[in-house]
Design a protein around this ligand. Structure first.
Ligand code: SAM
Length: 275
């Protein structure tokens, strides 16, 4: 008996019109759909008159569901997976299932569709030539700053998902670590209140307030490009390393690596700081 195929089916990230004909046809034709949230997806399926049976898989039961899904596929049934919004596997569960299918030689058929990061990038006005997507940024301030420091010398556009509760604080952290670079905040993409805030970090921060910080957000940051690293940028980062308890030697090493500047230059600035 031939095996079934696993279909990765993107769903809209807000506007219900953003589902493809192929996605709808696939969801109608498979034996079963596994959804991150069956109540949420139930409404979507009803809207498109899809009556295929629906079962849950989410980050808490994905491992347990894998064997069940694999056995259905091995018995010849086609299976689709969908997440709450956008593409399964992109800051959403699905990876474990996909990996297991690869291991078991099961065909995986991806249907193209919405990904909030790419939708945001396409209209950001920032460079689209090369970019890195990091998903959700670490939540706590200490972990976030540690994480961001490693991105200082990245030349490409950087893309993050962030909760509305933390967008403003995250921008302050960006300012501290990257300096006043260009940033784009893409809010509520494809929905009624879709808004882009564009400009230098300080300008964008000045535009944000309690009432416009509701909804879903993608943050995009201009890459380092060929910008010359300033002495004050180096000094700032050195101070942060030393405050976080690093030895002078490690601080110089980390800053030199993160900013891609010569160790000797960093050392001279450390001496001027009198540390
Ligand atoms: N799988 C989804 C995708 O393909 O983009 C991402 C799911 S992740 C759990 C949810 C996050 O994606 C949100 O917190 C937000 O950062 C971003 N996001 C999803 N929909 C969005 C929208 N309509 N506008 C802006 N950001 C969105």
């Amino acid at each position: 008996m031939s095996k079934g195929a696993l279909f990765i089916v993107p769903t809209p990230i807000g506007n219900l019109q953003d589902i493809t004909f192929r996605a709808i046809e696939t969801l109608k034709s498979v034996a079963i759909i596994y959804a991150e949230d069956t109540r949420n997806s139930g409404k979507l399926l009803k809207h498109f008159e899809i009556s295929t049976s629906l079962k849950s898989y989410h980050k808490f039961n994905e491992r347990a569901r894998v064997d069940e899904i694999i056995s259905k596929l091995k018995s010849g049934e086609d299976v689709a997976i969908i997440s709450d919004a956008g593409t399964p596997g992109i800051s959403d569960p699905a990876q474990i299932i996909v990996k297991k299918c690869v291991k078991n030689g099961i065909q995986i058929i991806p249907i193209p569709g919405a990904i909030a990061a790419i939708v945001a990038l396409s209209a950001s006005g920032l460079s689209t030539e090369s970019f890195s997507f990091y998903g959700f940024i670490p939540k706590t301030e200490i972990k976030q700053k540690e994480f961001l420091k490693n991105l200082i010398s990245k030349k490409e556009t950087l893309i993050f998902y962030e909760s509305p509760k933390r967008v403003e604080q995250t921008l302050h952290n960006f300012l501290e670590i990257f300096g006043n670079r260009e940033v784009v905040i893409a809010k509520e993409l494809t929905k009624i209140y879709e808004t882009f805030f564009r400009g230098k970090i300080k300008k964008v921060l000045a535009q944000l307030n309690e009432s416009n910080l509701k909804g879903e957000f993608v943050i995009l940051l201009e890459g380092a490009g060929e910008i010359e690293v300033s002495d004050s940028g180096i000094a700032n980062l050195l101070e942060m390393e030393i405050i976080s308890g690093k030895s002078q030697k490690d601080a110089v090493k980390n800053v030199s690596e993160n900013l891609e500047v010569r160790k000797n230059r960093v050392y001279q600035i450390l001496l001027k700081l009198g540390k």
